[in-house]
Design a protein around this ligand. Structure first.
Ligand SMILES: Cc1cc2nc3c(=O)[nH]c(=O)nc-3n(C[C@H](O)[C@H](O)[C@H](O)COP(=O)(O)O)c2cc1C
Length: 344
């Protein structure tokens, strides 16, 4: 079954977001109101292909039952590593593989990956071809309009469409524009024409500044030939953005409690996995965050608490007293302290 042929029209996707859309946050969003499709955060193919990086890559690619259907997103610049990784993904319960040709991060671009692929179109196509021939899963692409000028899409998107990917997500900005200018919705009609003339079976997904389901449906009325809409930062303003529901304070606090529960569960599992798999794995694990006592010291080495606090503003927001409560939560150093403040 090709997942892309089995989605509603229009379909909604939670955008891949490094450090955000991990196995815990995806379960929180599934509880609030799931999108039609999830993507993982991006994983580097050269990490997967190396003995040292594989454990970390596999941790990033862990999925929960409520994630399904879910697409694994990968990035890199080595065609052989794309083959090796896509081949392995087939046995990991993913519904598809997405190649990231859009990330503007300077480290990623320096390594030749993400939106730097715009500058090496032949290499991009070789990576795409290798991915396609190494798996039976549908292979899709997520990219930007170009590197510096939005008009670059007129040559860049046809280069990709000529290879007939299963789906193409276009974040309607260039690398240079980052997220500083409004998404170029005015280019959607021309992008639809390109897709229709070069690869009519490729699903077209539009991304950039879409706030929520109502906004996506509004865009769908304007551009009915777009197949799907991808929402990223909209989820920071409203974790219920894939529904029409207006969340109550209690519902938001329940999401926070769920996130804390999931953090503890995965921190414990990671510790156990390291204990059984040997010390060399521990060195691959993340290693920052303050240590409080022996128990928490071990936890915080594997699963630092500080990054978890970035999520608090998503849940503790838009209700009377949220600002004060958030300030108190930001002072905490452990899940136990956070629970004491929210009482539960
Ligand atoms: C914190 C953060 C991390 C991101 N990580 C990824 C990533 O791993 N892969 C990717 O394709 N895009 C990544 N993006 C880009 C988003 O998927 C999306 O294209 C971008 O945020 C624009 O959509 P939006 O306006 O709905 O947020 C990231 C964006 C943010 C804000």
């Amino acid at each position: 079954m090709n997942i892309w042929d089995n989605l509603p029209k229009p379909f909604l996707i939670l955008a891949p977001m490094e450090g955000v859309t991990d196995i815990m946050f995806r379960q929180v969003i599934a509880k609030a109101g799931r999108p039609d499709l999830f993507f993982t955060e991006f994983t580097n193919v050269s990490s997967y292909a190396s003995e040292k990086g594989r454990w970390n890559a596999l941790e990033r690619l862990r999925i929960a039952p409520t994630d399904s259907p879910i697409i694994a997103q990968i990035w890199g610049k080595n065609p052989e590593h794309f083959s090796e990784t896509t081949n392995a993904l087939e046995s990991l319960r993913f519904s598809g593989v997405d190649l990231n040709f859009g990330c503007p991060d300077k480290h990623v671009n320096k390594a030749g990956g993400g939106v730097a692929m715009v500058k090496t179109p032949e290499l991009a196509i070789e990576c795409l071809k290798n991915a396609k021939k190494s798996t039976n899963l549908p292979v899709s692409i997520k990219t930007r309009l170009g590197w510096s000028d939005p008009s670059e899409f007129r040559t860049w998107l046809p280069t990709i469409l000529n290879e007939h990917p299963a789906a193409l997500t276009v974040h309607l900005r260039t690398k240079k524009e980052m997220s500083k200018v409004p998404a170029h919705y005015e280019l959607i009609p021309e992008i639809i024409t390109l897709r229709n003339s070069i690869s009519p079976k490729t699903k077209l997904i539009i991304n950039g500044d879409i706030k929520d389901r109502a906004h996506a449906l509004e865009l769908n009325t304007q551009y009915p030939e777009v197949d799907g809409f991808m929402i990223g930062r909209g989820v920071f303003q409203n974790p219920y953005c894939f529904t029409d529901h207006v969340a109550t304070r209690e519902e938001l606090m329940d999401l926070l409690r769920l996130h804390l529960d999931l953090y503890e569960k995965y921190a414990d599992e990671s510790l156990r996995s390291i204990a059984t798999n040997g010390e060399h794995l521990a060195s691959a694990a993340r290693n920052d965050g303050p240590a409080r006592n022996d128990d928490e010291k071990t936890h915080s080495h594997i699963f630092p608490y500080e990054p978890l606090k970035h999520f608090f503003k998503i849940y503790v927001n838009n209700f009377p007293g949220a600002k004060d409560l958030r300030a108190k939560l930001m002072e905490t150093h452990s899940v136990a302290e956070a629970r004491a403040i929210i009482k539960g």
